[in-house]
Design a protein around this ligand. Structure first.
Ligand code: TLP
Length: 345
């Protein structure tokens, strides 16, 4: 039986058509700026997001960390939601690579409030660090794929601007937000100095992220990418996958969202499972089985034995993510496996 892998949307494998595009890509040395396919992808991404230019980077983490280095000085403070990817899942690199400290602010399903950010911005004082950057995450991963409304983004970014902060958007799943709301990715991106997004998540490319900004900042980021060890050579073969993804895999993201909702509905029917179907906005479902007699590890093991993979995000608390390589039949099959695993718990 084939595995139904719901651990993340990072697990997708390139389709046959994507592999063909990769195999036939024109390439050159991208450190010299001579890879025509990378250049095309960067221009395409910049145009889509309404920015001057873009930079192809190997990972989402690198995109975020280059932006943090660009916008800050060692000792600065960065305002960030308390469960943001940059804070939780990037190995502490904001402090080790840029020497900044992160100021975590609690959010509701990962989304910051105006009051929370207002209180966190340091006023000039001899004793305090300087707040120089606000980072938002769209969609919010730990928030369960939650979407920042455009009005909230504008309120937060206006406030940050009034205090002279730089603005970075970790838009790893920005296209999922746009697919959900119909708001163009460029509209979400407009208020930010730098925006990163991932090709290797819902868009289905095997690797790669893009940072977009203006020419001056991207030139600085290009140098920083080299400094961080991310200067790549004939990576047109990877950029071709990104181009293919942007051309063919954006409009289908709504299918992932429908599948996530379907699975949430199936989960809701299972006694003992706590899930809020209405909170499923994009391609993630968070659920808990608080009273289960099985441990988190047992639950994961039982699901694996029945060919379903998922991730734990806490004690008896789980995340499932839908993507290109699973369909609605897989949701029904996974629903049955969850019913069995939790019924005997
Ligand atoms: N998220 C991964 C894990 O690292 C948790 C996942 O499976 O969801 N920003 C956000 C919001 C992300 O969710 C991720 C990856 C990244 C950045 C980093 O991307 P990569 O893995 O390409 O460095």
């Amino acid at each position: 039986m084939t595995m139904i892998d719901l651990r993340s949307d990072t697990v997708t494998k390139p389709t046959a058509a994507m592999r063909e595009a990769m195999a036939s890509a024109d390439v050159g040395d991208d450190v010299y700026g001579e890879d025509p396919t990378v250049n095309r992808l960067e221009a395409m991404a910049a145009e889509l997001l309404g920015k001057e230019t873009g930079l192809f980077v190997p990972t989402g983490v690198m995109g975020n960390q280059l932006a943090i280095r660009l916008h800050t000085q060692p000792g600065d403070e960065v305002i960030i939601e308390g469960s943001a990817h940059i804070l939780r899942y990037e190995g502490g690199s904001a402090s080790s690579m840029s020497g900044v400290q992160l100021c975590p602010v609690p959010g509701a399903r990962g989304l910051l409030s105006l009051e929370g950010v207002e209180m966190a911005i340091r006023r000039p004082d001899l004793h305090t660090p300087s707040t120089t950057l606000l980072c938002l995450e769209q969609t919010h991963n730990v928030g369960g794929g939650s979407v920042y409304p455009l009005t909230t983004i504008h309120q937060l970014t206006d406030l940050a601007r009034r205090h002279g902060l730089a603005l970075h958007l970790d838009g790893a799943r920005l296209f999922n937000a746009s697919a959900k709301t119909g708001v163009a990715v460029a509209e979400y991106a407009e208020a930010f100095d730098t925006v990163s997004f991932c090709l290797s998540k819902g868009l289905g490319a095997p690797v790669g992220s893009i940072v977009v900004s203006d020419h001056v900042r991207i030139q600085k980021l290009r140098r920083l990418r080299k400094v961080f060890g991310g200067g790549m050579r004939q990576v047109g073969i990877l950029a071709a996958a990104g181009i293919y993804a942007l051309e063919n895999h954006v409009s289908r993201l709504v299918d992932d969202h429908a599948n996530a909702r379907l699975l949430a509905q199936r989960l809701r029917e299972i006694p003992g499972v706590v899930v809020d179907v209405d909170s499923v906005e994009t391609n993630m479902v968070m659920f808990q089985v608080p009273q289960s007699s099985k441990s988190t590890e047992q639950i994961l093991g039982d699901c694996r034995e029945s060919s379903v993979l998922l991730n734990a995000v806490g004690d008896r608390s789980f995340r499932v993510v839908t993507h290109l390589d699973v369909n609605n039949q897989d949701m029904e099959a996974a629903g049955k496996v969850f019913t069995q695993v939790f019924a005997s718990a």
